[in-house]
Design a protein. Structure first.
Length: 175
């Protein structure tokens, strides 16, 4: 019985495979590509974490606001905000596209705007929605504002970098 032995082919280096596939950053450097990928992932997780904190705080506070309002209570509005933050965060983690970045930014900015507005302005009752005015900053409210601002800022940065990456890819493929 004769055994034939064929040596395994040498493993090609990562640099060779990048050159062969042409997966290079628009400026030609692999380091810039890696830094950009890590930055996008960091923005993605920071945005999702800030939205999760905002959702947790709103769900935690919702029970205390269930008596404010008749048809639609303030507790209901808190739960809707928490659900929108969870959906936006999960969508961003599942598929970081321009639409999901924009959704996360919209939820962050909307949450922050509503929070700040209700502190400084007495919002009258509109239709089934209750009158909202709470001119007090307490720790959970402050943390919710910080989480919403962080989510909005990180999602906006992610949206801007994602758009830049898409434009760079289109420019590279068209030439």
């Amino acid at each position: 019985m004769t055994l034939s032995f064929r040596p395994r082919p040498a493993r090609r280096s990562a640099a060779w495979s990048r050159e062969a596939t042409g997966s290079r950053a628009p400026d030609g450097s692999w380091h810039a590509e890696r830094v950009a990928r890590v930055s996008r992932l960091a923005l993605q997780f920071v945005t999702a974490a800030a939205l999760a904190v905002s959702a947790y705080l709103h769900l935690n506070l919702a029970g205390g606001y269930d008596l404010i309002g008749e048809q639609v209570t303030l507790g209901h509005l808190f739960r809707v905000q928490a659900a929108s933050a969870v959906i936006a965060g999960l969508a961003l983690l599942a598929r970081p596209a321009q639409l999901t970045w924009a959704l996360a930014a919209l939820v962050g900015f909307g949450s922050l705007a509503a929070l700040v507005l209700t502190v400084y302005v007495a919002v009258p009752a509109i239709g089934p929605f209750p009158r909202i005015h709470e001119p007090v900053w307490f720790p959970d409210k402050t943390l919710a504002a910080v989480a919403a601002a962080l989510a909005a800022a990180a999602a906006t940065a992610g949206l801007l970098t994602h758009g830049r990456r898409v434009r760079a890819r289109r420019t590279a493929t068209s030439t």
